[in-house]
Structure formats: structure tokens, C-alpha cells
Design a binder for this molecule. Structure first.
Ligand SMILES: *Cc1c(COP(=O)(O)O)cnc(C)c1O
Length: 449
């Protein structure tokens, strides 16, 4: 056991220490990775220490450097040292965080972290919560509670009667939203045909006629980082009896910073909120959080009781709140991240990422042949390359190994996304990245002329 885990520890340290030196983008392609693996299920076993050595060799070059401070693709967080350590221990302790009886510490730590998260995110203290695999399942959890609540008001018990024959539920949302919401709608049987996308939320009032409705708002649009006007829209939705759910995968964390809190003004008056630990809080994957204003609707949608389980009357049985049954103790890395940073540290992390996003976006936009497409409101921004194909420039930057970006199409324009979500991104990383982009643009400009 000891040599196996020591081997893993040494490889982990090698990897982390190599982040500044090694290419950010993967260097091994699929064929290479496949060629290193056995094509059929192995007949014979292998000593555990050798398994780890072999694994490290096998995946070499196939690990994206998303832990690096120069990784700006999609919306991908880093992992804080304390959170990584706690995540390792979560695997070692190997408790099933489904019932208090299966792991008292895992249950109590979630109870405490749930309270901390509500304080940091400025959410109502009496809201119930669940620690899920990510924001996707946090949406499923919240919207299951929403489905319960809006139908219960019409005397329909959806858990018992199902959706066949139920009053229809309308889902009103913006026309630009994260696909995880659409998947949650599908999984819950709400039906994509019942989604009413609004090009403009000024149409919200007329889209709600008092029949069962769920309104989806967002804190942090995936490309621009934009926020819906919660203060104005939530009272309109509430007056029409709708349930308001907020997608705040990364953007809800603006609430943790005095400087950015104004962006989420009024968000606490919604009915449910979904966010992530593995993005901006920088816990390792997988870790998301669901919060629901009405614990009874939340519990009605999720709970299950059975004679072979050992339910607690007082303590938190996570199974009562989560869509999963057996699960890992996500409270441990969450606790470690929050304990390492404290409220001040969380605010600083948010503000540093936002500052670095601005420096990168403006720094790149100032270069010849670059246009600013979307100014960072928070930690996401967009630029496009006017003299060259934007995707080709992204490809060249990634190929250089110095930094990593991804593209998007926003309001019909092809653009490069800049997303800063990692505690590790330093001023030096910003400088190195700007140099790399500058070099690539200069070299492309020369080869083009
Ligand atoms: C990442 C993201 C999601 C999905 O969250 P997962 O943690 O990947 O399940 C949903 N909405 C937004 C805005 C996101 O950025």
C-alpha cells in the first residue's frame, strides 16, 4: 500500500511542479494513447505500484494542463492545494456519503458547508441544499423541486401521479442559456417543446399567464459573463406565481466579492440556485451545489426511505436531498477549499480572476488585427482576430503550448473566449500569455505577407 501511494504522490508532485514548464495543451493524440493500452481486457493482474507507474506513463501527453495558470478554455477551475489533499483523503476514507450512518463526518461537514456556502453566496439561511456532481445535476435537483412545487399548487402530486395528464408546465427563459438547463428539462420530462425562449426579458410578464411556470434566469452567461436583472425580473415572475431558478454555475460567486456583488443584486429572492464548487471555488471535479428555498418541495422531489437503510431522525441523510444514492463525500474538498481561503480569500480569488481576465482581454485586444468582442463583466471575455481566421489563431496558440483558449460563436461572430477561473493564474502567467499571443500574431502576419 505504502509504495503504491508514495508512487502516486511523487507523480502528482512531478505533474504539479511541471505545470509551468510543460505544454498546456495535450501532446499525445488518440492513436498514441490507444496504442499504449492493452486492446483486450488483461488476463493477468499487475502489482498495484506497477499499475500506477504504468498509468502515469500511459496517459503521458494526454492530460490537458487545465490545472495550469495559463489555461483559459471553456469554464474550468483549478484545484486548491487543501482541496486536492482533502479529495485524496476522501478516496482513502472511502465512505459512502449517502446516509449519516455510513459516514457521520461526511454528513456533518456537508451540513456545515451548506451553511457556509449560503452565507458566502448571500442566499437565504433557511434554504435547503444538496452537493451534486456538478451544476448539471444541481439543475436537475432544483428543477425537480420546482416541478413538484408548481404542480402541488394545482393539487397535482407529480411524484405519485407522474406527468402524464398533469397541468402543463411552461419553462420561460432567455434565448441564450447553458445547455445543461435544456438537458435538465428533458431529464425531468418537462419537454423541450414547453420551453419558451425570450429574446428579451421585457416580454416576461406577457409570457406568464398564471398557469404553472418555471422561469430560468442566469448569473454569468457562458460567453460574456452577463447577468439577468434579478431585482426587476424576479418580482414580475413571482407576481405571476412562477418558480424562479438561477443558473449561477460560476457567476453566483460574484456575491462573494464586495466589488462584484452588485451584479447579483436581488438574486436571493429566487426560489432555487445552482452553482459549482469545481469551477470557481477550485475544488477538484466533481462538485456542484443546489439550493432550494422550500425544503419541503426539495425533499418531496428527492427523498427515499427504505427499511434496510438506517435513517437518522436528527442528522442529515444526504440521500434525502440528492439525485444520487452512493456518492463520494463532496463536503471534504468543499470544506478544505473554504477553510483554506476564508471569506476574504474567496473574495480575493474572485477579484484576481476578474482582474486577470480584464488584463488578458484588453492586452490582446490592443494588438494589431484584434477586435474586442465582449468586455469582461466578470471573469469571461471575448476577442476576435480580424486579419486571420480566429480558430486558426486559437489553434496556433494552443499548439505553442504556452496558453490554452477555446472558441465560440457569439451573436453570429466567431470569437476566442478568455475564461479565468483558477487560483493559480498569476501576473506572470498573464504576461507569458500576452507574449505568446503577440508572437503568434507577428509570425502569422509575416508569413501572410
Ligand atoms: C459549466 C456550466 C454549467 C454546467 O455545470 P457542470 O458543473 O459542468 O455540470 C451550467 N451552466 C453554466 C453557466 C456553466 O458555466
Amino acid at each position: 500500500m505504502k509504495t503504491t501511494l508514495t508512487t502516486a504522490l511523487e507523480s502528482a508532485l512531478d505533474f504539479l511542479e511541471g505545470l509551468d514548464r510543460n505544454p498546456v495543451a495535450p501532446t499525445a493524440d488518440r492513436a498514441t494513447l490507444l496504442s499504449r493500452l492493452q486492446s483486450d481486457a488483461p488476463e493477468e493482474g499487475l502489482a498495484p505500484e506497477l499499475v500506477i507507474r504504468e498509468l502515469v506513463h500511459t496517459v503521458d501527453g494526454g492530460i490537458v494542463g487545465s490545472a495550469s495558470g495559463r489555461f483559459f478554455g471553456w469554464v474550468i477551475g483549478g484545484a486548491l492545494p487543501a482541496a486536492i489533499g482533502a479529495d485524496w483523503l476522501t478516496s482513502v476514507w472511502d465512505n459512502n456519503a449517502t446516509l449519516y450512518a455510513c459516514g457521520p463526518a461526511a454528513s456533518v461537514i456537508e451540513e456545515v458547508c451548506g451553511r457556509w456556502l449560503k452565507q458566502i453566496l448571500g442566499l437565504p439561511g433557511h434554504a435547503s441544499f444538496a452537493f451534486t456532481t456538478g451544476c448539471q445535476m444541481a439543475h436537475v435537483t432544483c428543477l425537480a423541486a420546482a416541478r413538484h412545487a408548481v404542480l402541488a399548487k394545482r393539487g397535482w402530486d407529480v411524484e405519485k401521479q407522474g406527468l402524464a395528464g398533469s397541468p402543463p408546465i411552461r419553462v420561460v427563459c432567455g434565448d441564450v442559456r447553458h445547455g445543461a438547463l435544456d438537458r435538465a428539462i428533458r431529464l425531468l420530462g418537462l419537454g423541450s417543446a414547453n420551453v419558451v425562449p425570450l429574446a428579451d426579458f421585457r416580454q416576461l410578464e406577457s409570457a406568464l399567464d398564471g398557469s404553472p411556470a418555471i422561469v430560468l434566469l442566469q448569473a454569468g452567461e457562458i460567453n460574456s459573463g452577463a447577468f439577468d436583472a434579478f431585482e426587476k425580473l424576479i418580482p414580475i415572475a413571482k407576481a405571476r406565481g412562477a418558480w424562479v431558478h438561477v443558473d449561477g454555475a460560476f457567476g453566483l460567486w460574484a456575491a462573494a466579492s464586495p466589488r462584484y456583488r452588485h451584479l447579483v443584486r436581488g438574486v436571493q429572492t429566487a426560489d432555487s440556485w445552482a452553482t459549482d464548487g469545481h469551477k470557481w471555488l477550485n475544488t477538484p471535479f466533481d462538485c456542484g451545489y443546489a439550493f432550494v428555498i422550500d425544503p419541503e418541495s426539495h425533499r418531496a422531489a428527492m427523498s427515499h426511505r427504505a427499511s434496510y437503510l438506517t435513517h437518522s431522525t436528527e442528522a442529515r441523510d444526504q440521500l434525502e436531498w440528492t439525485p444520487e444514492w452512493s456518492r463520494r463525500g463532496r463536503g471534504f474538498p468543499t470544506y478544505a477549499a473554504l477553510r483554506q481561503l476564508g471569506r476574504k480569500g474567496v473574495a480575493e480569488q474572485i477579484e484576481n480572476c476578474c482582474r486577470h481576465a480584464r488584463e488578458l482581454v484588453h492586452g490582446i485586444a490592443r494588438m494589431p488585427g484584434v477586435e474586442l468582442v465582449s468586455e469582461p463583466i466578470l471573469n469571461q471575455g471575448l476577442v476576435r482576430f480580424t486579419a486571420m481566421d480566429t480558430d486558426a489563431v486559437i489553434e496556433a496558440i494552443n499548439q505553442s503550448g504556452e496558453a490554452f483558449f477555446t472558441g465560440t460563436t457569439w451573436r453570429g461572430t466567431r470569437a476566442m473566449r478568455v475564461s479565468v477561473c483558477n487560483w493559480r493564474t498569476s501576473d506572470d502567467d498573464v504576461r507569458r500569455t500576452l507574449h505568446a499571443v503577440e508572437r503568434i500574431l507577428a509570425c502569422r502576419a509575416t508569413s501572410a505577407s
